[in-house]
Design a protein around this ligand. Sequence first.
Ligand SMILES: Cc1cc2nc3c(=O)[nH]c(=O)nc-3n(C[C@H](O)[C@H](O)[C@H](O)COP(=O)(O)OP(=O)(O)OC[C@H]3O[C@@H](n4cnc5c(N)ncnc54)[C@H](O)[C@@H]3O)c2cc1C
Length: 406
Amino acid sequence: MVRAMNDHALPIAVIGAGPAGLFAAERLTEAGHRVRVHERMPSVARKLLMAGRGGLNLTHSEELEPFLARYGEARPWLEGAIRAFPPQALRDWAEGLGQETFTGSSGRVFPRAMKASPLLRAWLARLAGLGVEIRTRERFLGWDGDALRFETPAGERRDEAAAAILALGGASWPRLGSDAAWVPTLGLPMEPFKPANMGFTCAWTPFFRENFAGQPLKRIALRFGDQQRRGEAMITAEGIEGGAIYALAAPLREAILAKGEVILIIDLRPDLSLEALAERLAAPRRGQSLSSFLKRAASLPPVAIALLREAGAPPEAAVALAGLIKEFPLRLTGLAPIERAISSAGGVRREGLDEHLMLKERPGTFLAGEMLDWEAPTGGYLLQACFATAALAAEGASRWVTRRQL
Ligand SMILES: Cc1cc2nc3c(=O)[nH]c(=O)nc-3n(C[C@H](O)[C@H](O)[C@H](O)COP(=O)(O)OP(=O)(O)OC[C@H]3O[C@@H](n4cnc5c(N)ncnc54)[C@H](O)[C@@H]3O)c2cc1C
């Protein structure tokens, strides 16, 4: 229910105009508060627009139980927020902005437009209609007593606010705005940021790098420890990335950080059993080169055949060759940089916040979005958690301000 705005009250400051900040601003104005948004970049929601390049996977259609399990250790923390603002609520919200959604074959939910710009345009028009003031090129620097300090084109400024919601984002793709420059200056209780949903480096030979970077490995299966994922991966100049890799990125990252290098097992023909493949490879070669033979007998694309050669000369015997195709050991030498990761792990720790995501050390300051210490795979889980935590923080800030005005 929208209440009349109290124009005489100090505004609530929302800092960071990504999806979490903008959604918090929307919820607060709907609850009758005056809201001012501060964004360090010249324009808002750049990462959301970038996410739109991949179709804007808003959320996922699976049942809430498996959905919540995607947040791993952070589930107990996020569960209440996601139950209060579940995937269907996010779909309804997008549809309320004129963005019809659909469920893809993988269960992922996208806007029909498959991009973020029409949604963002409609959203900003709604926020303007609600009276949200958005100030760009204003970087939050920290506090001076209770005042908020901003670096602006006109110099440093101090603002009073009734409450503040920080939604400063994580540490991936810093050129889109969330550069995590606040980590050393704000003194918040942090779990260090690490890349999440990122690629890995591999020691490709110059031949492989020059000829196969940019090529996909389609319909493969990956195995690491007891975890398996089917999907696609992409060869890059430095290593490997893509959906199936991101799905295993968290355990792979932790193993690499602990041991330096890990072996990822790739099944290049997951739809054929070892025996069926060995039988095909036992056929006479009739003078064909190994590449032509593998292409014909195992239906492997050139990139997969070249990958097999990266481990040295492939074995001649059919069973051993089939074994290599079914269990190719790819050595991952390191993590691709956080600058190119889809998201980040780490962030402000749960222990520093109350149940409405208010900083215990700074009452009246609430946090939302990717700056909090949680991680999730791709599939719409990232945006869902950003919106849900924004709704929770906005509810907390609204209650806090209202209580103080009574
Ligand atoms: C290539 C790519 C594709 C993605 N695709 C998807 C997808 O399909 N589905 C999905 O769920 N997720 C996706 N994500 C992740 C998703 O975009 C992020 O999780 C989400 O944008 C985080 O929202 P946020 O509001 O917490 O932070 P952000 O979107 O990062 O916004 C934070 C804002 O705060 C501003 N800011 C930072 N510091 C300050 C400061 N000191 N003062 C003022 N302002 C500041 C930043 O400029 C930024 O605008 C993708 C990410 C990338 C990089």
